[in-house]
Design a protein around this ligand. Structure first.
Ligand SMILES: C[S@@+](CC[C@H](N)C(=O)[O-])C[C@H]1O[C@@H](n2cnc3c(N)ncnc32)[C@H](O)[C@@H]1O
Length: 231
């Protein structure tokens, strides 16, 4: 099945054009994105605690961030969370985005985040991980990896940027690419004013049939939520 570009809700990051300005003025100041990703880290932390020995035994922890946007906020938080358990060294980051500029700029660390997001002590090792990351450009309804490649698959505010008709395909691909027992982390929003294709937790959960939902945070007062699970 192929889709025309019109069937996608184009990401605002592409429409903006001035990408550095976007990341500084929009994403970083976007409390909702930061909060959603921080909630996702609560789910990741519980997952790591339950699977610590298995993760420690791995040579590499393969991590896929789909729709990272410049700066890969979900990846930054994930690396810091892995570091809490002494696992950051093992991380191999893969970034996948429909925008080539997102990939190019993030791999070259051409972005700015305030120090309050990155622990200053971790800035250098995190930048090094991003420089060593692998980047691919494409649309998430077809991921260019074999089945069960990744230990951790992240989608921060991806589903609210893609057309409803494509969402089930993206969820299937995320599950296909995740190892059995691997972690799937989603942060997103059902807020209609700012986001072009919002989705609430229940319909999104239904798309993840092969995933056992292990952590949810969906408080009515928050504009963002997280759903985390294990395949
Ligand atoms: C709001 S940003 C997400 C930023 C970040 N992940 C976070 O959690 O804050 C949405 C990202 O999804 C990407 N994107 C949009 N549609 C996509 C698609 N069909 N396939 C892959 N990436 C897509 C955009 O280019 C953008 O980088």
């Amino acid at each position: 099945m192929t889709f025309t570009p019109e069937q996608f809700v184009t990401s605002s990051i592409i429409k903006y054009g001035k990408l550095n300005e976007y990341i500084q003025e929009k994403l970083v100041s976007d409390f909702s994105a930061i909060k959603g990703n921080m909630m996702m880290m609560e789910g990741l932390r519980s997952y790591i605690q339950e699977n610590l020995e298995t993760l420690k035994a791995k040579q590499k922890i393969e991590i896929l961030d789909i729709g990272p946007a410049i700066g890969a906020l979900s990846t930054l938080f994930t690396l810091q969370t892995l570091n809490e358990f002494g696992l950051m060294e093992k991380a191999q980051i893969h970034l996948f985005d429909v925008s080539a500029k997102v990939i190019e700029q993030t791999l070259n660390c051409k972005f700015f985040f305030p120090d309050s997001i990155i622990d200053p002590k971790l800035k250098n090792p995190i930048h090094q991980k991003l420089r060593q990351a692998k980047g691919e450009v494409g649309s998430a309804e077809k991921l260019p990896w074999k089945n069960e490649k990744f230990d951790i698959v992240l989608a921060g505010f991806l589903f609210s940027h893609i057309h409803d008709s494509v969402k089930p395909l993206v969820a299937n691909e995320m599950q296909r690419a995740t190892k059995k027992g691997g972690f799937i982390g989603i942060a997103d929003t059902s807020e209609k004013k700012t986001f072009s294709s919002p989705i609430s937790t229940k319909p999104l959960e239904k798309l993840f049939k092969e995933t056992r939902i292990t952590f949810k945070n969906n408080k009515p007062k928050d504009t963002s939520y997280t759903i985390c699970g294990e395949k």
